[in-house]
Ligand binder design. Structure first.
Ligand SMILES: *Cc1c(COP(=O)(O)O)cnc(C)c1O
Length: 444
């Protein structure tokens, strides 16, 4: 027993092993130390005293590798979903990132008016840019779209009635449920219509002196098919009198692009919405933020709310957004829009190039679809191509092998086979994908 105990190495000794010290930069020395301690404790508890030194190092390394995987990693998106909520939604334009670098790594005039030399207003130009892009009077930026709706409802609808169609009481992604947001902001939800049909009369009947607003929500991540009807922003606007608000959760932030199933933010404004909210990291293709555009009087009230102080974004978000919005105004597409507009022939060409390079019968070209995703354009797909992997291994095993690459490759499974859609490849990623697959093609 005594002898066996001695065989367990010291933490310090293990920390000097290259295999483990190489994780210092990746997850920090204290975390590596803790993981080694945890492993040694487990070895003691399970009385695994005859493990060799190398085995122990290996077990510690496995723990480090597992924790390292918890970090945010670059991945290659081959899912065919352009705005993928699990993969960081929209990639940010490299040019914007570069432009924002100096602002973020130096002091900047975030709340300093360079004209007067006095304290200034945060996000003043961003507001002008957003207002111009959406043809609105005013705009405001918060941390995400959920925060935008929460701020609007908390400010204008606390303990008052808000009318929402039953067909729009949706859950979008993880944990964003329209009824919960209403509850959290202490607004009283009045449901109207049915799941598939809501008419102008349904809204009319529900409106009374206690109601303060109609909230219209873009159904985003699911589509209603068949016998359905809903009321347009224009009809709702005509229904409401001066002192009731029409709030639209537009969702995707489509500004100029014509995307199937999507209505542009400015169209809602034109049709009479008082406030429109949307995400900035979906079709708008920028950073995570939520925008509110519309009536200046209402937005001034939102800015004065103490909640706004809680929900406002920092300089990193604002500087990147500023850059991206200027690009939008100058008709320069963000990466997500370039991807969605990529010719399907180009995707076919890239796929054929990859297949030729890999020179293996395991890979073949098939027709496929892409979707904008991210809770946008539900059910609206665009024709595309994909590379099918004909493996004898199970699809889940193949997916796992792909995930285990230095830069993980994320594909999708269809009819039991793994597919890689190259439509969502960004600059330089075809080469990366090719060399990576070439190394593992025998394994697949
Ligand atoms: C995506 C989405 C949200 C949530 O937006 P976040 O920016 O993730 O907070 C809310 N409403 C709609 C309609 C959406 O599409």
């Amino acid at each position: 027993m005594e002898k066996n105990r001695v065989s367990i190495p010291q933490v310090e000794t293990l920390l000097q092993q290259k295999k483990l010290s190489s994780y210092f930069d990746l997850i920090s020395r204290p975390i590596v130390t803790n993981l080694i301690r945890d492993e040694l404790n487990q070895i003691r508890e399970e009385k695994l005293f005859d493990l060799s030194f190398d085995k122990i190092v290996q077990r510690c390394e496995n723990r480090c590798a597992k924790v390292y995987k918890m970090r945010v990693h670059q991945v290659i998106n081959c899912t065919g979903v352009v705005v993928h909520t699990n993969l960081g939604r929209s990639p940010i334009s490299k040019a914007s990132w570069q432009a924002a670098t100096n602002l973020n790594t130096h002091y900047c005039s975030l709340e300093f008016n360079l004209e007067s030399g006095k304290r200034g207003q945060r996000n003043s130009l961003v507001e002008q840019l957003l207002a111009t892009l959406t043809e609105s009077e005013a705009a405001l930026v918060v941390n995400n779209n959920a925060a935008a709706i929460y701020l609007i409802l908390s400010t204008f609808a606390k303990r008052k009635e808000v009318v929402v169609s039953r067909g729009e009481l949706v859950q979008i992604g993880g944990g964003f449920r329209i009824p919960s947001i209403l509850k959290e902001s202490q607004a009283k939800l009045v449901e109207v219509g049915t799941t598939n049909i809501t008419t102008v009369d349904d809204y009319k009947e529900a409106l009374n002196e206690k109601s303060v607003a109609i909230l219209k929500v873009h159904r985003s991540n699911f589509a209603l098919r068949g016998f359905t009807d809903e009321v347009s922003t224009k009809e709702l606007s005509e229904l409401l009198d001066e002192n009731k608000l029409l709030i639209v959760d537009q969702g995707s932030g489509v500004l100029e692009a014509d995307l199937p199933g999507e209505q542009k933010v400015k169209e809602h404004i034109k049709m009479g919405a008082d406030l429109v909210s949307f995400s900035c990291d979906k079709a708008l293709g920028s950073v995570q933020a939520g925008a509110i555009v519309g009536s200046k009087k209402l937005i001034d009230k939102l800015i004065k709310s103490p909640l706004y102080r809680v929900l406002r974004p920092g300089k990193t978000v604002l500087t990147l957004l500023e850059e991206d919005l200027i690009n939008h105004l100058n008709k320069v597409d963000p990466p997500v829009l370039s991807l969605i507009k990529k010719e399907k022939e180009k995707v076919k060409e890239d796929s054929e190039k990859l297949i030729a390079f890999l020179n293996s019968e395991k890979f073949s070209l098939v027709e496929s679809k892409i979707t904008l995703g991210g809770g946008t354009t539900p059910d609206e797909n665009l024709d595309s191509y994909a590379v099918k992997i004909n493996s004898t291994k199970s699809a889940n095993t193949v997916m796992k092998i792909l995930r285990n690459q230095q830069v993980p490759i994320i594909g999708f499974i269809e009819k039991g086979k793994v597919h890689l859609n190259l439509a969502t490849l960004l600059e330089g990623e075809l080469e990366l994908l090719s060399t990576s697959l070439d190394k593992i093609k025998e394994l697949l």
